[in-house]
Ligand binder design. Structure first.
Ligand code: MN
Length: 242
């Protein structure tokens, strides 16, 4: 199974979560929200095969971006995974719009022409994010927890960008409607743990199985076929990194 977007470093015991992923052979892209968090986390993950740490600059941490640019540049060659990055023009993020745009463009400029896989936050800024990805000719990007319009989803899919879907999305009507629009070949699973709840507990990477079960019903295929499809999609993405 694949968790293409979670925040292992934000669990109370990150190493225990990472070990469970490793032992289960669960491929996990662990996001960071700032380069200094990446610097702290990376030394704990040496020798891990299934857990990979991504270098991030979360749009909702924009007030701390300025002081983190140097670390971002220093860590850039240490990983093939970049995230969580993007734009957030919701009420929560709109006041730092200019800083976010500057950081996102800075990152895309650095990624341009390099083999990096991006995990993207695009809340209330889906169109702007897509336009920038296309402008900077970004090849490999995953829209994480996409919640924009069906129209922009189609445009992003036409560019070959992927979508990672989490257990919270399958519970909302809007999420379900969007999931139905995602081409099978561009579908990935995530949890966004620990930000997503499963019942009365926090989601863990193994909860991607809820998304797999859900989408197997949408696709009208056996659960194992859905699991295989998603594993193949992830292999296809990783091939592009070579
Ligand atoms: Mn996240």
């Amino acid at each position: 199974m694949i968790d293409a977007h979670c925040h292992i470093d934000l669990y109370p015991d990150p190493l225990a979560v990472a070990m469970r992923c490793e032992q289960a052979g669960l491929s996990t892209l662990a996001m960071t929200n700032l380069p200094s968090h990446f610097q702290q986390g990376i030394r704990h993950l040496h020798g891990f095969k299934h857990v990979r740490l991504a270098l991030g600059m979360h749009p909702l941490y924009a007030d701390r971006h300025e002081e983190e640019y140097t670390s971002f540049a220093e860590c850039f060659d240490m990983t093939s995974y970049i995230g969580e990055i993007g734009l957030d023009f919701s009420r929560e993020g709109i006041q730092t719009k200019d800083i976010q745009l500057r950081s996102f463009k800075y990152i895309l400029e650095k990624v341009h022409g390099k083999k990096k896989l991006l995990s993207i936050h695009s809340r209330c800024a889906e169109k702007e994010v897509l336009e920038l990805l296309v402008t900077y000719k970004i090849k490999m990007a995953i829209f994480h927890w996409y919640s924009g319009s069906a129209n922009v989803l189609k445009l992003a899919a036409a560019q070959g960008y992927y979508f990672s879907v989490n257990p919270a999305m399958i519970k909302s009507n809007k999420g379900a409607a969007l999931i139905a629009q995602i081409p099978k070949k561009l579908f990935l699973t995530e949890t966004d743990g620990p930000f997503v709840q499963c019942g009365n507990r926090v989601a863990e990477p193994s909860d991607v199985k809820l998304v797999i079960e859900y989408v197997s019903r949408i696709w009208k295929v056996p659960i194992n076929d859905a699991k295989e499809q998603i594993a193949q999609n992830f292999k296809d993405v990783l091939k592009l990194l070579r």
